[in-house]
Design a protein around this ligand. Sequence first.
Ligand SMILES: *Cc1c(COP(=O)(O)O)cnc(C)c1O
Length: 359
Amino acid sequence: MRCILLNPGPVSISDGVRKAAVSDDLCHREPEYFTLQDRVRSGLLKVYALDPAEWTAILLGGSGTTALEAMLSSLAPRDARLLVVENGVYGERISRIAEIHGLDYSTVDHEWTDAIDFDRVEKALVQGAFTHVAAVHHETTTGRLNDVKWLAGLCEQYGAELLLDAVSSFGAEDVPFESPALAACAATANKCLHGIPGLCFAVCRKSAMQKAVDPPRSLYLHLPLWAAKQDQQGTPFTPPVNSLLALNKALAELAQQGGWRARHAQYTNLAGQVRRELSRHGVQPLLSVGESSCVLNAYRLPQGKTYETVHDGLKHRGFVIYAGQGSLVAEMFRISTMGDIGPYDMERLLASLSSVFSA
Ligand SMILES: *Cc1c(COP(=O)(O)O)cnc(C)c1O
């Protein structure tokens, strides 16, 4: 039985992506690799129809956090003042990265279950002379889709550049690239894009790259180094070649399937089916549909059920779900419907949810 991953990445991949990942032995100093690298970089820009004269996609080896740390440590110059908006684990991770790299930063923090309080953000922007704002688009902790369009509007108004964690939204949600305040976003191959782990990337405005920190704060994480080498058909370090092969195929499949808007519709449909099935068994979502991403939804554990019984019951039937984080660990579970999930998988999932929650 094929095991379906309903955790927020890595996701269940298609057979095409699986085959592509092991299709060729490629040396990363040969022209075949550079053709692949060029194709993946331009494919990433095409997902949101970004103009290559204005934007660049920079690939690097590592998990989503690598791209985030690279974006923050590269694009905040030494005189930057950074405002971090936190309403979950990943917003707090941005602050941790800022702390480690010695950035001058402040936070507007929230309870993990809260929406961003834009009055507080605006007050901070009025008082703080911030040059940069960092925030999470889809806060995977709770499944909340933060209103980053609004945030980008505030950044425009106060002359700050927005650095976005789009790790669990790139490829399925509307990233506000049209805002001149958006300087860059960080993401990964193995969430909404349906690639395999090992490869992450930052999509950066070229104008923001020109203002990158100099001298670098890090050798490996310095985006201008990766960008310069990749622009000249090179690579500074050994890239995750197989993850590029897989992402190249995954991007082609995304385009064939109708692009990010079609994927958004697909995820919305699947998440809705899960919501309705759980609601039949009295399982309540943590957030309303309007507050949630299409990617992942969090649910309250019903009375008398522990996470372990729910998890084990579903795993036994071939589905891997995800626990809550931090203080939410005892109260909730999460189900993502990213990945290559077909109608037959959904039928089995709904039946499995029914057996686990009616037992
Ligand atoms: C998955 C995720 C990350 C990065 O996690 P990694 O384990 O480093 O891949 C960062 N931010 C968000 C919002 C995420 O969902």
